[in-house]
Design a binder for this molecule. Structure first.
Ligand code: ASP
Length: 335
């Protein structure tokens, strides 16, 4: 469909309004966060210096976000800019262009964003678009919805001016073809194969925003969605408390609504580290299956404190603050 026709046929994009009574998610209700009493959390008198933190060892992406924050940009702008570095990096096979395809050979991306006013947007199972975090932001800002999926999300991307790109690189195609020969056609679910980028930024006003972007589990079933684009699972934040992001086997994060849980634990007085540890304990308490998969959490509170914890060793996070960029291995449960 030509872009002009698509705009014509899509009333909300043409500004004609919806004409239907939509119960919008609490995510888009202004002021939601401000109405909640947070008695057990001490107020932060002065915001710390701007901070960018992200899952895994992604110094370039985090430095980019940090530079934007140091230049006075808002938390969400910085987080999306940082995430875009990994989305465009074809060597990162779990995010954006170059991401591992599903078991049928299609690269499908998921992402969500959340801002400091509690607004959020997400895109699920999107093909041919590299910068899905930026696209999720467009869903948040340009539509009355929170989530768009599949073809609808892709059409919306073109309407918003995103270019169509082939996301399947020769290297990812070759790896997928080798996997097809070796495997019994099951998705790869192991403890190494996770590199979803979850990024949390705090700007010079002390406002927090976040992004989560991924190509999902390698060789997943067509249409499978994990935790990453699900607000409350792959990402959640409350600007009065802090934020959390997840990486690893999305199904397990969704079952425990991991990022929301961490923010609520911080609300009730836990440090980011304690909250991440408790969220991992909720998963491992379900039985021995945790031995075969990885989940990692990263959290940032309003005071600028960071916590990270995973089931197995190998998870790390990268932090930028005051011009310094550090990668830190996370503590883990299965010792
Ligand atoms: N959390 C992602 C998912 O389940 C995968 C990952 O972290 O690599 O889709």
């Amino acid at each position: 469909m030509k872009r002009r026709n698509f705009l014509k046929e899509t009333p909300l994009l043409a500004g004609a309004g919806l004409g239907m009574a939509m119960a919008l998610s609490a995510c888009n209700d202004e002021g939601t966060a401000g109405e909640v009493a947070h008695e057990s959390v001490a107020p932060v008198s002065q915001p710390p210096k701007p901070i960018a933190v992200a899952t895994w060892d992604v110094p370039v992406a985090v430095a980019k976000a940090g530079e934007w924050l140091d230049a006075g940009k808002k938390a969400l702008d910085a987080a999306i800019e940082g995430a875009a570095i990994e989305e465009a990096d074809v060597k990162n096979t779990t995010v954006g262009k170059g991401g591992a395809p599903d078991r049928d050979g299609h690269v499908t991306l998921d992402a969500c964003v959340m801002d400091s006013d509690g607004n959020c947007g997400a895109v699920l199972c999107v093909e041919n678009i590299t910068h899905v975090a930026a696209l999720a932001r467009k869903v948040m800002e340009e539509t009355p919805h929170v989530m768009l999926s599949g073809e609808g999300a892709e059409q919306f991307a073109y309407a918003m001016g995103f270019p169509k790109e082939n996301l399947l690189t020769e290297a990812s195609k070759k790896a997928w073809e080798e996997w097809k020969l070796k495997s019994e056609y099951q998705p790869v679910i192991n403890i190494e194969n996770h590199d979803t980028i979850g990024m949390l930024c705090m700007d010079s006003n002390g406002d927090i925003a976040g992004v989560c972007t991924t190509s999902g589990a390698a060789y997943k079933m067509r249409g499978r969605i994990g935790d990453s684009p699900i607000i409350g699972s792959g990402l959640y934040l409350d600007n009065e408390i802090g934020g959390a992001v997840a990486t690893g086997l999305g199904e397990e994060v969704v079952k425990t609504v991991g990022s929301f849980l961490i923010v609520e634990l911080m609300r009730s007085g836990k440090s980011p580290q304690e909250a991440c540890e408790e969220a991992i304990r909720r998963i491992v308490a379900k039985g021995d299956r945790y031995k075969d998969f990885q989940v990692g959490y990263l959290a940032l509170n309003k005071a600028g404190e960071i916590g990270a914890y995973s089931i197995h060793s190998g998870f790390s996070y990268t932090r930028y603050q005051g011009g310094e960029n550090t990668n830190t291995p996370a503590d883990f449960y299965a010792k």
